[in-house]
Design a protein around this ligand. Structure first.
Ligand code: SAH
Length: 212
């Protein structure tokens, strides 16, 4: 998994970005070639808008949210930016991915937790998140990526992160690269990004790599 930041001065180097910003950086390189993209948690629509603005006109984007208020916010944002035609909005759980999204997927974005400013009772749950993740992993094209932004700053969010981490750690390294990113010196448990990439080909274990 290659990532190289370019700062505003045009120099290549390390940029310190938060988890959501970093999720965009990991997905962005895929978007010119992508044909099937998923925002698994539309929320306020920012990730869906990011996908719709950056993807080619050939791309089909699916955005899911269980709250119709979130779907409507997302729709309004997409209309404002004149990109609604690229997106299919689904007011259902991302567990229903398999019923809607057919074919190889290039990228899936999860932004977990609750909708900022709305009820904290409607949150993503480990069981449904993991079910959606399992389907996404199966359908992901080689080289495709999944980003998951987790919020350990509240109890259920922390529990969900623990379960997701446990699940991600079981993925076979021959088939998937799994990494994480977070700020280490911020107060109140900042969000953490997980990135999964489906490997293009199985890495063969060579004598050299065994020695390392
Ligand atoms: N906490 C983030 C925003 C997360 S929004 C932030 O601060 O930016 C998470 C969204 O996931 C919410 O809009 C919520 O309605 C949605 N959601 C919860 N469970 C879901 C499910 N099973 N399928 C799809 N969306 C879900």
């Amino acid at each position: 998994m290659k990532f190289c930041g370019r700062n505003s001065a045009g120099a290549i180097g390390m940029e310190v970005l938060n988890a959501v910003e970093m999720s965009h950086r990991f997905i962005e390189p895929l978007l010119a070639q992508a044909t099937l993209l998923v925002d698994a948690t539309a929320g306020n629509g920012n990730d869906t808008l990011f996908l719709a603005r950056m993807a080619s006109d050939n791309a089909k984007i699916w955005a899911f949210d269980v709250q119709s208020a979130a779907i409507e916010k997302t729709r309004a944002l997409l209309v404002k930016h004149d990109v609604l035609s690229k997106v299919t909005l689904v007011a259902e759980s991302h567990e229903m991915l398999a019923a809607h999204v057919l074919g190889g997927i290039d990228a899936v974005m999860f932004n977990l937790g609750y909708l900022p400013g709305a009820s904290r009772n409607i949150i993503t749950r480990p069981q449904s998140t993991t079910a959606a993740l399992k389907f996404a992993l199966k359908q992901l094209n080689p080289g495709g990526r999944i980003t998951i932004v987790a919020y350990p700053g509240f109890l259920e969010g922390a529990q969900e992160e623990t379960e997701i981490t446990r699940f991600l750690a079981t993925l076979d390294q021959l088939h998937f690269t799994v990494a994480s990113w977070s700020m280490l010196n911020q107060r109140n448990q900042p969000p953490r990004l997980y990135v999964v990439e489906k490997r293009r080909s199985e890495r063969r274990e060579t004598t050299a790599s065994r020695k390392n």
